[in-house]
Design a protein around this ligand. Structure first.
Ligand code: 3HC
Length: 311
């Protein structure tokens, strides 16, 4: 049974009135937002590693410049989202400790290796494509700071997706070896991209409550289906084959039917046993420790500025 406060809160959510930081909110709503926003931010920061791996080996100066800009955008997305999480009363240091200690989750997709340049195309096309599918609805999320961060992030994501698809198009229309590279990348990234949307609705722990609170606008399976329906024609246009023998257009439902996700793999990667989980965390901790002097310098500068302002 809801308290009068919870009733009033839920009415605001139902009327699509944004909830702002200083307003009353159920403790569980706050906790869910801190969980989801921080995991989202961690995903952006860790997501810089697989792509960063190819900045020094991009095939042309133009591709290097585009990839640099994209990785820099991901860092910015992470910072917007950490700032949104901080409005809920959690500190940046706490969030960093949760990530660096391995306690925090981040998107499973970033625990896979980027083995060839084609992976950079597949990530832009599939991973950023899936991210857009998930982030566009989140612009309508009930929590003001999160929905506004999503508006900014979505503007940049379409460039990320376009440049990835452009790489895949170049390779698919290139030499037989290049087309084989594009197909190999699709083979390795297709299923992990479907896993980005989370467990099936039946298995989803948070969906029901998160949808009542408009922290989740569409269900995991709904967005996964939308992603498949949109992406399969793009693969066909490239002349590439989606690695799913059960994939088939269903004229009845007007959706693609597709095979079962390997949920054992999903839960293994989420549990920290994916191909790159340990490496991603080691690299993250090393970068954080090596950045200590920058944080100290910024603090010292801020303290001097504050002292001067008082003088
Ligand atoms: N990787 C890791 N953990 C995952 C996951 C995934 N792909 N999908 C689900 N989980 C975890 C959840 O965090 C939850 O664990 P927890 O209770 O310990 O936090 C558990 O599995 C149960 O899953 P639920 O479906 O019940 O959890 P959610 O309601 O949180 O749904 C979600 C998962 C759809 C990812 C949701 O959290 C969400 O929409 N998050 C915001 C968007 C986001 O984080 N996207 C990550 C993509 S990376 C990205 O966008 C960067 C871009 O630039 C590429």
């Amino acid at each position: 049974e809801m308290s009068p406060e919870e009733r009033a809160f839920q009415d605001r959510v139902d009327q699509n009135i944004k909830i702002e930081p200083k307003e009353w909110m159920p403790e569980a709503y706050r906790k869910t937002l801190i969980r989801q926003i921080s995991q989202h931010a961690h995903s952006e920061i860790i997501g810089m590693q697989p792509e960063g791996n190819w900045i020094t080996r991009a095939p042309t100066l133009e591709r290097k410049a585009i990839l640099l800009a994209k990785v820099q955008d991901e860092a910015g997305h992470g910072l917007y989202l950490y700032c949104a999480a901080e409005t809920l009363g959690v500190s940046r240091d706490e969030l960093m400790e949760q990530l660096n200690s391995g306690k925090a989750k981040y998107s499973s997709i970033f625990n896979y290796p980027t083995l060839t340049w084609a992976d950079i195309g597949a990530i832009g096309w599939l991973v950023d494509g899936a991210a857009i599918m998930n982030q566009v609805p989140l612009q309508r999320c009930s929590y003001g700071p999160y929905s506004r961060a999503m508006v900014r992030i979505c503007k940049e994501e379409s460039f990320h997706q376009r440049q990835g698809y452009d790489i895949m198009t170049k390779l698919a229309r290139g030499t037989p070896e290049q087309k084989a590279m594009a197909q190999d990348a699709l083979n390795r990234w297709w299923w992990p991209s479907l896993m980005m949307f989370g467990p099936s609705d039946a298995e989803s722990v948070h969906s029901a409550q998160s949808m009542r609170w408009k922290i989740k606008i569409n269900s995991n399976d709904e967005l996964r289906q939308k992603f498949v329906d949109q992406t399969v024609p793009q693969a066909e246009y490239l002349g590439l084959t989606v690695p799913d023998p059960d994939l088939k257009w269903n004229a009845e439902s007007e959706h693609y039917d597709f095979g079962e996700v390997d949920w054992n793999e999903f839960y293994q990667v989420v549990a920290g046993n994916g191909p790159c989980n340990r490496q991603r965390l080691r690299t993250r901790v090393k970068a954080y420790e090596e950045g200590q002097w920058v944080r100290e310098a910024a603090d010292a500068y801020a303290a001097k500025k504050a002292a001067r302002a008082k003088a």
